[in-house]
Design a protein around this ligand. Structure first.
Ligand SMILES: Nc1ncnc2c1ncn2[C@@H]1O[C@H](COP(=O)(O)OP(=O)(O)OP(=O)(O)O)[C@@H](O)[C@H]1O
Length: 288
C-alpha cells in the first residue's frame, strides 16, 4: 500500500500541494485535474524526485525517501515529457533502459520482445526514435515503464497524442497489466477515466476535492445536471448565471447542459439528466 500523509509542496511563496492525504491499494486510479492543479508535482513526490516541504509517503509503512532505490525498483514511471535519444532505435532504447533498471541480461531479450509486441512496435523496433510519430513515442514510453515489471505504475498523460485505436489498445493493456498493481494515471481525458479507472482522484489547486469510485462520484451529482433548450434571448443570461457543461446548436435550437451549484435552482424548462464525469468534476470545483 502507498500512503500519502499530509504532503505539502511549496515553490517560493506558492503552495502547490496543500496537505494531501490519500491511500492507494492495488487498482487503477485516475488523477483528474485541470492544467496546473498539481498532478505532476504529486507524481514527482510519489517517484521520490521531489521531497515535500512537510508530510511523507509511506510504502507498506516505510518512508519512500528512506527506501530510496529499493522503492524506485518497484516503480514504473512515464513522465509527461519524456526525452529520447533520437539516434537510438526502439530496441536499443529499451536495452539501454534495461541496463539502467538492472534487469538481468538473460531476461532482457524476452522482456523487450514481449513489450514491443504489447505496444504494437514490433515492426518498428529497428527504426530510429527521431523518426517516430508522437503516438509511437508514447507507446515506447509505456513499454519502458513496464520493463521492470513494476508493482507501482505511474503514467503522466499517457494517452496524449494517441489516436482512437491506440487509446483503446492502451486501455486494454493497462487493464491487463494492472492486476495486483497500483496504477496511477494523470489525465485530462475523461473518457479514459470512465472506461479504465476503479477510482477517481479529483484535484484542484493543489487539493484533493474527492477520491472515489466513478459510480459513487456520479451518484453524488445525479440531481445536479439539467438539460434545456432556452430561447435565444435567454442564452447569455444562462451562461453568465450557471455553469454550462455543454452547448450544442442542432440546426434549429441551442441545447444546453447545466451543472447546478449546491443550493442552486434549475432555470425554467430544465430537465434533470444523468451526469457524466466531466460534470461531476465541474460540480466539485464549483463547490470548492
Ligand atoms: N519547479 C517549479 N517551480 C515553480 N513552480 C512550479 C514548478 N513546477 C510546477 N510549478 C507550478 O506548480 C503548479 C502545478 O504544476 P503541475 O505541473 O504539478 O500541474 P499539473 O496538474 O500537472 O498541470 P498540467 O495538466 O498542465 O500538466 C503550476 O502552477 C506550476 O506553474
Amino acid at each position: 500500500m502507498l500512503e500519502i500523509k499530509n504532503v505539502t509542496v511549496r515553490f517560493g511563496k506558492n503552495t502547490i500541494l496543500d496537505h494531501i492525504n490519500l491511500k492507494l491499494e492495488p487498482g487503477i486510479y485516475a488523477l483528474l485535474g485541470e492544467n496546473g492543479a498539481g498532478k505532476t508535482t504529486l507524481i514527482r513526490v510519489l517517484t521520490t524526485l521531489l521531497v515535500p516541504a512537510s508530510g511523507s509517503v509511506l510504502y507498506n509503512g516505510t518512508d519512500i525517501q528512506k527506501l530510496g532505490s529499493r522503492f524506485r525498483d518497484k516503480v514504473g514511471y512515464m513522465p509527461q515529457y519524456a526525452f529520447y535519444y533520437p539516434d537510438f532505435s526502439a530496441e536499443e532504447f529499451l536495452k539501454y533502459m534495461c541496463i539502467l533498471k538492472h534487469i538481468p541480461k538473460k531476461e532482457q531479450k524476452e522482456r523487450i520482445c514481449q513489450l514491443l509486441r504489447s505496444v504494437n512496435l514490433e515492426q518498428e523496433k529497428r527504426k530510429k526514435i527521431g523518426n517516430f510519430s508522437g503516438g509511437m513515442r508514447q507507446r515506447l514510453g509505456i513499454a519502458q515503464t513496464l520493463l521492470n515489471d513494476p508493482e507501482i505504475i505511474i503514467l503522466d498523460e499517457p494517452t496524449a497524442g494517441l489516436d482512437p485505436n491506440e487509446r483503446i489498445r492502451f486501455r486494454n493493456l493497462i487493464s491487463e497489466i494492472s492486476k495486483n498493481k497500483i496504477v496511477l494515471l494523470a489525465t485530462h481525458i475523461v473518457q479514459d477515466v470512465e472506461l479504465t479507472a476503479n477510482h477517481v482522484i479529483l484535484m484542484h489547486k493543489g487539493k484533493i476535492l474527492a477520491a472515489r469510485q466513478p459510480r459513487m462520484l456520479l451518484e453524488q451529482v445525479k440531481e445536479k445536471v439539467v438539460e434545456l433548450c432556452p430561447d435565444e434571448s435567454d442564452i447569455e443570461m444562462i451562461t453568465q448565471t450557471y455553469t454550462v457543461s455543454n452547448m450544442i446548436f442542432d440546426g434549429n435550437r441551442t441545447r444546453m447542459r447545466i451543472v447546478l451549484g449546491e443550493d442552486e435552482c434549475p432555470p425554467e424548462g430544465g430537465q434533470k439528466v444523468s451526469p457524466n464525469l466531466e460534470e461531476a468534476f465541474l460540480y466539485y470545483i464549483q463547490k470548492s
